[in-house]
Write a protein that binds this ligand. Structure first.
Ligand SMILES: *Cc1c(COP(=O)(O)O)cnc(C)c1O
Length: 382
């Protein structure tokens, strides 16, 4: 039988699990010892692959997983019945009963959700675990902060709910320190008005990767929710964050499929948006937007071949991309090409790559498609 998994790879991502583990330890070491670590692994662990990533993060000491939907929770349950999971998105009404099935903590933002989940717990004969989310100015999930004490009382009065955490989310921790402080103040003020709330028994969390820049080490906060930073990408160049010497976990690679000479004046790729200004040697790469190399990088991006930067010529196409290798001797079909990562001392960072596409590292990682094989480096036990 044919076995496609034995074929050479044309475009792949390498995931360095040992770097992921080191990053978690570095982030932890930069925080007070009592801070718990919520490992955010939504969107297939930011494109790194949920199973491998979650298993290594738990091995490295994560306390709780943050996921975006129940399918992601179910994927973690395939690894272990015990690892705690928090669903960071709202539950659809017809999903309610599955929080029991997968033993997932739900995020609640409204009286309607509290009533629904209380009923779900009653019907199942088991308490449903919830985290109360408070909207302090993000305008997305959470009960508006001024209404949070009333919702807390409803949770307290619901016999079939168990409150395990309270949290909020910052809208601009990377760009607006004053508003982030205001959000913290609103959160703490709301908690103070919750009669009978014992924070010492709860996860109290607000900060994502960017929030670490201004994390309030005093006060009741006792957990952080980390996504991007654990993958070795700094969300901005804040001074505190830069001290966490996290290394990139992800690299993105393809190969040269064809090398050819083209005469000056040739228009390259669809629409001839690039006209060669000299006789050129071009390399045709075996990756395109069908793999996650964004079309917006047309005439803009670079790749590394033999440790040297080569500009993208013309439009990125679905399966192929053309780059200029005129100044690089001996490029041949089969040569490994770096789209994101390091080669012979040169580097294209995920952040730089994202800029070519006018996007952010989070979106770039989510845009690497299913066609791209993930190769895991340094798994445990080797
Ligand atoms: C995705 C997400 C995070 C993680 O954000 P990063 O910026 O990647 O660290 C934290 N909290 C919530 C609620 C999220 O949805």
């Amino acid at each position: 039988m044919a076995n496609a998994s034995r074929l050479p790879l044309r475009c792949w991502a390498e995931i360095d699990l040992a770097a992921l583990e080191r990053n978690l330890h570095l982030i932890r070491a930069s925080l007070p010892a009592h801070m718990r670590y919520v490992a955010v692994v939504k969107a297939d662990a930011y494109g790194h692959g949920l199973h491998q990533t979650a298993a290594r993060l738990m091995h490295a000491g994560a306390d709780l997983f943050g996921v975006a939907n129940l399918a992601e929770a179910a994927a973690i349950r395939e690894l272990s019945p015990d690892w705690p999971i928090l669903l960071l998105s709202p539950l659809l009404p017809d999903e309610d009963r599955h929080v029991i099935e997968y033993d997932v903590a739900a995020t609640v933002s409204s009286a309607e959700e509290v009533a629904r989940l209380d009923f779900t717990g009653l019907a199942a004969g088991r308490k449903v675990t919830v985290h109360l989310k408070i909207d302090t100015g993000m305008g997305r999930l959470g009960i508006w902060h001024e209404e949070a004490p009333a919702l807390y009382q409803k949770i307290r009065d619901s016999k079939n709910l168990r409150l395990a955490g309270v949290f909020t989310h910052f809208s601009s921790p990377d760009t607006d320190a004053a508003f982030t402080s205001e959000q913290r103040r609103r959160f703490l003020a709301a908690l103070q008005k919750c009669d009978g709330l014992d924070l010492s028994t709860l996860f109290v969390h607000a900060d994502n990767s960017a929030g670490l820049e201004s994390i309030a080490v005093a006060g009741p906060f006792n957990a952080v929710r980390i996504g991007l930073l654990q993958f070795g990408i700094l969300p901005h160049t804040g001074s505190l964050l830069s001290q966490v010497q996290a290394e990139p976990v992800f690299s993105f690679r393809t190969r040269v499929g064809l090398v050819k000479r083209l005469p000056v004046g040739t228009g390259v790729s669809y629409g001839s948006t690039h006209i060669l200004h000299r006789d050129s040697t071009v390399a045709i790469l075996t990756a395109g937007y069908g793999d996650g190399l964004p079309r917006a990088a047309s005439n803009r991006g670079h790749v590394l071949i033999r440790g040297q930067r080569c500009p993208v010529l013309g439009r990125v196409t679905m399966d192929q991309t053309i780059v200029d290798v005129t100044d690089i001797p001996d490029v041949c079909a089969g040569d490994e090409t770096v789209l994101i990562g390091r080669q012979q001392g040169a580097e294209i960072s995920l952040t730089e790559f994202s800029r070519w596409a006018d996007t952010i590292p989070w979106e770039t990682l989510c845009s690497v498609t299913k066609r791209v094989t993930r190769l895991y480096r340094t798994p445990l036990g080797l």
